[in-house]
Ligand binder design. Structure first.
Ligand SMILES: [Mg+2]
Length: 213
């Protein structure tokens, strides 16, 4: 299996786009997690059926949340998505969430190209209130049978807050992975050199034109 943190980037999140890898399909009570050490998926535990996931659950590659894992994502679709696929999504907002005192936010997204519903979910306000209430209820209570009172949804915030959470998680990942940092710096350096060469050529062309008038 491909190591998603090597083959995938987070996506152009400043433009509202995000790449997400699916761990748990909607309706499943299997807590399937990406095992980053072995680059494969594992079943961490079976949850009570009463706490089956109200939406697909996954992670954003090349991010690091405050809990030490990749940043989580909630993917809203009409049909359950399959564990192990990745998709391009559109960012709608973020579920600000705390688990056992640790920040564990979840970015709320929909597929970028959904021809079944005609891309009708463009902002958080387009989502059914009942769905957001179910998601909030789920994350407030899914650990109640084992460790009651350990999880808390703080709020569902807008796309601007979501982008800030993503930005921070990418920066954390880059800091923790020198090879990604080096690659990013080389890319930026190459882009700068390219634009310097381009403006040099433009200036030379202009000078030749002037000289041959
Ligand atoms: Mg997490």
């Amino acid at each position: 299996m491909a190591d998603f943190n090597k083959v995938l980037e987070p996506g152009d999140y400043e433009k509202g786009k995000l790449n997400v890898v699916i761990e748990i399909p909607t309706g499943s009570n299997h807590k399937i997690e990406w095992d980053r050490e072995r680059a494969c998926f594992m079943l961490d535990r079976v949850e009570p059926m009463a706490f089956a996931k109200p939406c697909n659950y996954g992670f954003i590659p090349q991010t690091l949340d405050e809990d030490g894992d990749e940043l989580d994502a909630l993917v809203i679709t009409d049909q359950p998505l399959t564990t192990g696929i990745w998709l391009k999504t559109r960012i709608l907002g973020v579920l600000k969430f705390v688990d056992g005192g640790e920040v564990d936010d979840k970015i709320i997204v929909v597929p970028e190209d959904d021809r079944n519903n005609g891309d009708k979910y463009q902002t958080l306000e387009d989502l059914p209130k009942q769905l957001l209430d179910q998601i909030t209820f789920h994350f407030n209570h899914y650990k109640d049978l084992k460790k009651p009172g350990t999880t808390e949804v703080k709020e569902i915030a807008d796309v601007k807050t979501a982008k800030q959470v993503i930005r921070d998680s990418i920066e954390r990942y880059i800091e923790a992975h020198p090879e990604v940092k080096a690659k990013k710096e080389i890319k930026e350096g190459a882009e700068q050199a390219k634009s310097a060469i381009k403006s040099g050529i433009e200036a030379a062309k202009k000078a030749i034109k002037e000289a041959t008038k």
